[in-house]
Each structure stands twice: as C-alpha cells, then as structure tokens.
Ligand binder design. Structure first.
Ligand SMILES: [Zn+2]
Length: 239
C-alpha cells in the first residue's frame, strides 16, 4: 500500500476518548482489521499503531470501563487445545501483545456492536480479564518463546477469544508460538515447551482434541504451512 503514513498525533488525539474505535472506524477498517500476510508497509504501519496503543494503555491514557459483563459465563471444562502463532516478532513484549488484542479483537467487536451478543458500541472497552491487577486483552492463554520459555497470559477460567469459533473458545485453551511460522518451522525447544505446558496443565486432554487454528477455522493459515506437514506430529509425540 503506497503512501500509508502513520500520523501519531491524529491517532493519539482520538485514542483519548472512551469510544476511540468509533472515531477511528475508517482507519481501523482499512488498515488494521484486514488479514494481511507479509506486506511490509502495512506491517510497519500496524506496528506504529500497536506501539502507540501499548504506550497509552501502559500510561492509563485510554479510558477503559471500570465494570462490565461477565464474558466468561459460558466457560466449559477444557477438552480442547488450539495452537497458534502470533505472526509477530519472537521477543514481543506482553504489553504489546495485549495492545494488539485490544484493538484487533475488542475494538472490532465493540465497533460491530456485538460483544458476545451485547450491544456495547460507544462504551469504553471492558475485557473482564485481569493479570497482575491490570485489565488485559490477550486472546491466548499461553505464549511459548523460541528459547522454550512459556508464559501464562490468561487464567484457564477465562474464555480466550482466539479461535474465531465461540463454541471452541468456550472449551479450549489457546497456546501461541511467539513468532511468525507462516513459512518457517518453530525451534525444537519451542515445540518441547508447548508439549510440557500441555502435559503439566492439561493432562486430561485427548490428543485428538489438539488442533492447529487452521483446522478449526478453514480460512486461516495459522500456525503456518509446516504445522500439519511436520511439527504437529512432533508436538503430539512429546506429550
Ligand atoms: Zn491463530
């Protein structure tokens, strides 16, 4: 996309309002929400947006709701695991990953005036999910780094908005591989770490209920082209 320039002052001025997503509806619809792989201009623009949102969320400068609905009322017992990749830099800060969920998932649902069936358009955003006392907007329960480090993002009693299929979300945990594995394979340490998370925390789950995101949602490529060909089998063998 030519001529796509990030106007920081413009975005910042709108992000100060509780209904920032309505004030930025056109820009979000054109540049942030569409699924785009590997376009460096779009990617650069998005990262500037994400990093501004991260910064403002960290400083408490984007008004958030102070109360809201229980979005986890439909949580079922966990019998499914969905594997993802973040498609972002491997060392991404958790605050940036949360900012991405804030705009891409929560911003979109609030704009569409359908937040799990509730009409909340115009309201400040509420996730009902907290980590270390702060509201967070992660869509995955776990993030696994290439060095084998696994970080918990959401409690298991929270429904992660990760698969694009609500019924699956209610009964699953999302495990994201940090990095972009669209055309690459994750490292052995990363696969092992995900297997350890599953073994330790979800021993009850049948291996047949471990899926890649692309097996749940047919128009997705996540977690990349080698998942079904190669590393799904490696992962299952380690569990
Ligand atoms: Zn995914």
């Amino acid at each position: 996309m030519k001529g796509l320039k990030f106007d920081r002052a413009y975005w910042k001025s709108r992000l100060k309002y509780p209904d920032w997503y309505i004030r930025l509806e056109k820009e979000l619809g054109e540049h942030i929400f569409p699924i785009v792989h590997g376009d460096p201009v779009v990617k650069k623009f998005r990262h500037q947006v994400y990093e501004l949102i991260e910064e403002l969320l960290e400083k408490g400068e984007i008004p958030l709701a102070i109360e809201g609905p229980n979005f986890d009322a439909e949580r079922k017992s966990i019998d499914t695991i969905v594997i993802h990749h973040t498609e972002e830099e491997v060392g991404i800060r958790l605050s940036k990953l949360s900012a991405i969920g804030f705009v891409r998932q929560y911003g979109l649902r609030y704009l569409q005036n359908d937040v799990l069936g509730r009409k909340l358009r115009g309201n400040p955003i509420w996730s009902d999910h907290f980590r270390n006392g702060k509201m967070v907007f992660f869509v995955y329960h776990w993030l696994v780094r290439p060095n084998g480090q696994a970080e918990r993002l959401l409690k298991d009693e929270y429904i992660g908005w990760h698969s694009g299929v609500w019924e699956i979300n209610t009964r699953s945990v999302g495990i994201a591989f940090s990095g972009n594995y669209e055309h690459e394979k994750p490292l052995a340490a990363q696969i092992k770490s995900a297997a350890m998370v599953i073994k330790k925390h979800y021993p009850q789950i049948d291996r047949k209920r471990i899926f890649g995101h692309l097996e749940i949602k047919k128009n997705r490529t996540c977690p990349g082209e080698y998942f079904l060909k190669e590393w799904k089998a490696k992962l299952l063998n380690l569990i």
